[in-house]
Design a protein around this ligand. Structure first.
Ligand code: F6R
Length: 607
C-alpha cells in the first residue's frame, strides 16, 4: 500500500531517496518522509501531502550516504506530519519506515507506556520503532529481530540507527521488499520501480526473512538468525517501461500498450495451426490439473472480473465446473475444497493480502494452487504450486487496464490448454487460438478510434449515475466498465447482467441517464436489443459497444463504439477497451487525478 526505499553506499542518499519516493508515489500518497544518517545523528523530515511538499521542507545540503524513506497511505491515524514515517524510538537514534499493519500494537503500546515511553503519533508503526529502541543495546539487527518476535500482523520495514553508520536493516512478512545489488551500494525498496534506476540485480526477500545491508554486503537471515543463501535475480522490466513515454497519464499509456502487452503475453505460448497451447509454468502440474474436478478462481477487484470471464471460459472450453470467489470471502467462509479441486489466484501485483490469504487457505485444504500473476517473483507467484505470468509489463496507473486483458488472455490459454486435454477438438482449439492471435491487431483498430470514446465522455461526464449492462462473456465487462468509471472519475456507476435490470435497477432510469450496453454480435444479441428498447422507452441515453458492421444498433443507440468481430469468448479482450477509454476521458474532464485516484493505492496489502 505504502512505499519504502532505503539506501546505503557511497553516494549522497538524499536525491536517491527522493527519486525513489517519486517512483513509489503511485502506491501511497498522503504523506511522506525520510531519515538520513548525518554526523552521528539522524536528520528526519516528514510531511503530510505529496512528495513535492516534503521536498520544500528538506535541507538540500544533507550529505549522508545512508537513509530510509517512505510514502504513506494512511491506515492507522490521519495523514498528518506526526503520523508520517519514519517513526523513531524514544532516543531519536533509531528510525523506521513500515508498510503493513501491526495487529497487536495496542498491547505493545500499553506495555511500553508502562515502561515510561511517550508516544508522539497515533500509528501502529511508532509502536514498532519504540519497541526496537526498547531492545536496542548497540546491535540494530538483534533489536529488530527481538522486536519482530513480539509482533503479530504484516510488515515490510527498513530501519536505521544513528549509532550504526552505513547499516540498514530490513525485514518482511506479508509486505514485499526487494534488495537491489549495485556496485558498492545497496538499495532496498517495496517495489522494483524504485530500484531499476540503480541496478537490475535483485534479491526478493521472502516472508520471515530479514536483511542487514552495508555498502558491500547484503546478509540475509531468517527471523531466527539462520543464514539464508539468497537467489540473485534479474528484474525483467526496464526503466523505460515504467516511465510515461510522452503520455499524459500512466493509465492512458497502459491502455495504448495493450496490443503490445498482449503480443508479449501470448508469444511462444500457442500454436494456432495445430491447436496447441504451451504453458511452461503448468508442465509440472499438468497431470493433476487435467484430472481436476472443480476449479475455484479467486481474486479481488478487476482481477475478480477477469476471473468471472475465466469461469465462463473454463466451463465452455474445458467443461470443468468452475466458480469465482472474492478472495476476501473465500478466506473466511468454509469453502468446499475436495480432492481434485484446483484454486487459481489471479492478481496483477501478486501482493494483494486477501488473495494471498485465500491461496494459503486453499493450500491448507489440500488444493492444487495456481497463480495468474503479473509481477514476477511476487508473493502469489512464490506461494503457488505453479502458474502463468501475464508478461504485460509493469502496470503503474492505479486503475488496472492491461492487466485485465492480460489476465483474460492467460485464462483463455489455460482454458484451451485444459480443453485440449479433455473434450476440445484440435480443430476447435485451432480456431480459438487463431482468433486469439488476431486480438492484438484488433485492439490497435479500436485504439485508432479512441476519439469516439472521448466524445461519449464529453457528452456525459457531468452525469452522476451510469449503468453498464452486458450478457454472457460481456457481463463481467459491464462490471469492469463500471468499476473503471467509479474509481477514477468518482461517478456512481453500476454494472449488471443486462437481464437483471428489470428486477430492480430499471427504476433508476430517467431521462438522459447514460446506460452503456455491451451489445456485440453473438448468442445473446437479440436479448440485449430488447434490453436496449426497455431503456430507450424510459428515456435513458444508450451508448452501445457493438460489432463492426452492425447498422441496426445505430438506429436505437445514441452512440455506438464499434469493435472488430471475434469469437464470443474472446470479446472481453476488445469490448473492455472502449470502456477503459470512456472512464479515462471522463476522469480527465472532471479534473480527477487519473493515476492516483483518491483513497486508492495500487496494491492492497492490508485487509
Ligand atoms: C481496479 C484495480 C483493483 C485491483 C485489485 C486487485 O482498477 O486495480 O480492483 O484489481 O485491488 O489487485 P491485484 O490484481 O494486484 O491483486
Amino acid at each position: 500500500m505504502c512505499g519504502i526505499i532505503g539506501y546505503v553506499g557511497d553516494r549522497t542518499a538524499l536525491p536517491i531517496l527522493i527519486e525513489g519516493l517519486k517512483r513509489l508515489e503511485y502506491r501511497g500518497y498522503d504523506s511522506a518522509g525520510l531519515a538520513v544518517q548525518e554526523n552521528g545523528k539522524l536528520a528526519i523530515t516528514k510531511s503530510a501531502g505529496r512528495i513535492s511538499v516534503l521536498e520544500q521542507k528538506l535541507n538540500p545540503d544533507l550529505a549522508g550516504t545512508t537513509g530510509i524513506a517512505h510514502t504513506r497511505w494512511a491506515t492507522h491515524g490521519a495523514p498528518t506530519d506526526a503520523n508520517a514515517h519514519p517513526h523513531t524510538d524514544a532516543t531519536g537514534h533509531i528510525a523506521l519506515v513500515h508498510n503493513g499493519i501491526i495487529e497487536n500494537y495496542l498491547a505493545i503500546r500499553t506495555y511500553l507506556k508502562q515502561q515510561g515511553i511517550t508516544f508522539h503519533s497515533e500509528t501502529d508503526t511508532e509502536v514498532l520503532a519504540q519497541l526496537i529502541g526498547h531492545f536496542y543495546d548497540g546491535n540494530l539487527e538483534q533489536a529488530v529481530r527481538q522486536a519482530l518476535h513480539d509482533l503479530s500482523g504484516t510488515y515490510g520495514i527498513a530501519v536505521v540507527s544513528a549509532d550504526e553508520p552505513g547499516v540498514v536493516v530490513a525485514a518482511r512478512r506479508g509486505s514485499p521488499l526487494i534488495v537491489g545489488i549495485g556496485r558498492g551500494e545497496h538499495v532496498v525498496a517495496s517495489d522494483a520501480s524504485a530500484i531499476l534506476a540503480h541496478t537490475s540485480q535483485v534479491i526478493y526477500l521472502r516472508d520471515g526473512e530479514m536483511v542487514t545491508l552495508t555498502r558491500d554486503r547484503a546478509r540475509v537471515t531468517t527471523l531466527e538468525a539462520i543464514p539464508v543463501a539468497p537467489e540473485v535475480q534479474e528484474v525483467e522490466w526496464s526503466l523505460e517501461q515504467i516511465e510515461l513515454d510522452g503520455y499524459e497519464h500512466y493509465m492512458l499509456k497502459e491502455i495504448f500498450e495493450q496490443p503490445t502487452a498482449l503480443e508479449n503475453c501470448l508469444r511462444g505460448r500457442m500454436d494456432p495451426r495445430n491447436g496447441i497451447v504451451h504453458l511452461g509454468g503448468l508442465v509440472d502440474c499438468s497431470r493433476e490439473l487435467t484430472r481436476t474436478k472443480h476449479i475455484i478462481l479467486t481474486a479481488c477487484g478487476t482481477a475478480w472480473h477477469s476471473a468471472l470471464v475465466g469461469e465462463y471460459l473454463f466451463e465452455e472450453l474445458a467443461r470443468v465446473p468452475t466458480e469465482t470467489e472474492y478472495a476476501s470471502e473465500f478466506r473466511y467462509r468454509n469453502p468446499v475444497v475436495d480432492e481434485g479441486t484446483t484454486v487459481i489466484a489471479i492478481s496483477q501485483s501478486g501482493e494483494t493480502l486477501d488473495t494471498l490469504a485465500a491461496l494459503s487457505e486453499a493450500k491448507q485444504r489440500g488444493a492444487l494452487v495456481l497463480g495468474v500473476v503479473n509481477v514476477v517473483g511476487s508473493a502469489v507467484a512464490r506461494e503457488t504450486d505453479a502458474g502463468v505470468y501475464l508478461h504485460v509489463g509493469p502496470e503503474i496507473g492505479v486503475a488496472s487496464t492491461k492487466a485485465f486483458t492480460g489476465q483474460v488472455a492467460v485464462l483463455a490459454l489455460i482454458a484451451c490448454y485444459l480443453g485440449r486435454r479433455k473434450h476440445m477438438s484440435a480443430a476447435a482449439a485451432s480456431e480459438f487460438l487463431a482468433a486469439l492471435a488476431r486480438i492484438p491487431k484488433q485492439m490497435e483498430q479500436i485504439l485508432d478510434r479512441a476519439d469516439q470514446a472521448r466524445a461519449v465522455a464529453q457528452q456525459y461526464a457531468q452525469r452522476e449515475n451510469w449503468l453498464y449492462l452486458g450478457r454472457g462473456y460481456n457481463y463481467p465487462v459491464a462490471l469492469e466498465g463500471a468499476l473503471k468509471l467509479k474509481e477514477i472519475s468518482y461517478i456512481h456507476a453500476e454494472g449488471l447482467p443486462a437481464a437483471e435490470m428489470k428486477h430492480g435497477p430499471i427504476a433508476l432510469i430517467n431521462k438522459g441517464m447514460p446506460v452503456v450496453f455491451i451489445a456485440t454480435s453473438g448468442s445473446q444479441y437479440d436479448k440485449i436489443m430488447n434490453n436496449i428498447e426497455e431503456v430507450r422507452s424510459r428515456g435513458g441515453s444508450v451508448i452501445a459497444v457493438a460489432t463492426e458492421g452492425d447498422r441496426d444498433i445505430a438506429r436505437c443507440a445514441e452512440h455506438v463504439l464499434y469493435v472488430p468481430d471475434t469469437l464470443e469468448p474472446l470479446q472481453p479482450l476488445l469490448t473492455s477497451i472502449p470502456l477503459q477509454l470512456i472512464a479515462y476521458h471522463a476522469a480527465v474532464l472532471r479534473n480527477c487525478n487519473v493515476d492516483k485516484p483518491r483513497n486508492l493505492a495500487k496494491s492492497v496489502t492490508v485487509e
